[in-house]
Design a protein around this ligand. Structure first.
Ligand SMILES: *Cc1c(COP(=O)(O)O)cnc(C)c1O
Length: 404
């Protein structure tokens, strides 16, 4: 290659694929009949939302599924459904995105942040200690950036401590741990279908569970009124008997238009997930054995979806990390730094959520100070991913060698 002309990447890191034609046709059909509200059906018609819930439950191997207005709504609804109330402490990841502590705070509950490891998963020793010390009865577990912790050990810790687990699978829809779908280890699993996630309806989300009582409460909370018998993936009507008198309506339903465009996407979810992971593996290969850069280990038991890529520049000076970010940006490669003092775009740090009580997470601080992150939309080809890796490799090396 010509050394004088540095390679520049021209792809867009925020451009997802178009909505499949089949999904566009399904959306147009809904608009033609005009019955967009999920409970606006004619005799003999199930409605797109009810059908989507049935199909998503089957895809995740869950008894029940509820489709809702957003991933953040799913988190808040799940917390309420397991009985979290104002003043309760809720364990959650110190390394996550703003909707997670936000859902806890929206209930008047108090986030208790747990440290992250160098493998970018929740620190299970810190979790065990804080489960005991905090008195929290619930863990909102965020599989941040698609990294699954040892779910067997996590569930053992939480079961022993009497902690109910809710999974935030915004980045792990389609992933699995030891063959069990992400979202199916805890009591409830929550997903997002917002544009940047694994299926795209602009906004949207799901809750799945096998727990009839919690799911009955979630359905009522979402704004079902007394129309819940029209669901196809909800618990039997008996499960609603006690709850229907005491569960507030906190409207957050999904509509038929969004469900219509999600059903064809769900049908090809596993193909899409494989395509993401193939891209991830190309970047990973391209960055192997680079002095100064640490790749994130991916355990054998983890069947992940590589829709974004992370790496560490461990113990680098902040100026050197920023220099790498700048140099990559100059060549068209958008890497985001999780160590920045102030929140930037989607990234933010636990200490920027100042509505939560101040907490000290030294291990997390150290990891985030060296953590870089990049999206891998499916509009990138495998060759694009090889280009990304070459550029990052060159720029990390250049800054590292100068510092060394
Ligand atoms: C996107 C996201 C959510 C919330 O999803 P929305 O549909 O945007 O409300 C929750 N958790 C994480 C980690 C996310 O990235």
């Amino acid at each position: 290659m010509d050394q004088a002309v540095p390679e520049v990447f021209t792809g867009s890191f925020t451009q997802q694929e178009p909505i499949p034609e089949e999904a566009i046709e399904a959306a147009v059909a809904v608009m033609r009949h005009g019955r967009l509200h999920r409970y606006n059906t004619v005799p003999g018609e199930a409605g797109e939302v009810a059908l989507l819930e049935e199909e998503f439950a089957a895809a995740m191997g869950a008894k029940y599924c509820l489709a809702v207005a957003s991933g953040g709504y799913a988190l808040g609804c799940a917390l309420r459904a397991v009985g979290v109330a104002a003043g309760d402490r809720v364990l959650t990841n110190g390394f996550t995105l703003a909707p997670v502590p936000g859902a806890i705070a929206a209930l008047g509950a108090v986030p208790v942040f747990v440290e992250v490891t160098e493998d970018l998963v929740i620190d299970l020793d810190d979790l065990a200690a804080k489960a005991e010390a905090s008195g929290a009865r619930v863990l909102m577990l965020s599989h941040m950036r698609g990294h699954l912790c040892d779910m067997d050990r996590l569930m053992a810790i939480c079961d022993t401590a009497g902690v109910t687990v809710i999974e935030d699978c915004a980045h792990t829809m389609g992933a699995a741990w030891r063959g069990v779908a992400s979202g199916r280890h805890g009591r409830l699993g929550c997903y997002s279908t917002q544009t940047y996630k694994h299926m795209n309806s602009g906004e949207g989300g799901f809750i799945v569970s096998d727990d009839a009582e919690a799911m009955a409460r979630a359905v009522l909370l979402s704004g079902s009124y007394m129309l819940y018998p029209r669901h196809r993936a909800a618990p039997p009507v008996e499960a609603f008997e006690a709850a229907k008198w005491v569960t507030p309506n906190v409207s957050g339903r999904m509509d038929n238009l969004r469900a219509a465009i999600l059903r064809p996407q769900l049908a090809r979810l596993s193909e899409q997930c494989a395509a993401w992971t193939a891209r991830y593996r190309v970047v990973e290969e391209g960055l192997r054995d680079l002095p100064g850069l640490t790749l994130i280990a991916r355990p054998e038991a983890e069947d992940f979806v590589g829709s974004s890529f992370q790496f560490l520049l461990p113990d680098w000076a902040p100026e050197a990390v920023q220099e790498v970010v700048r140099r990559c940006a100059a060549r068209g490669v958008e890497v985001k730094w999780f160590g920045a003092e102030a929140p930037v775009a989607f990234t933010s740090r636990y200490d920027s959520w100042r509505y939560a009580p101040a907490q000290s997470l030294p291990r997390t601080d150290r990891v985030l100070a060296g953590l870089l992150d990049m999206r891998l939309p499916l509009t990138f080809s495998l060759e694009d991913c090889a280009v990304l890796a070459r550029i990052i490799r060159a720029e990390v090396s250049a800054v590292y060698q100068r510092g060394a």
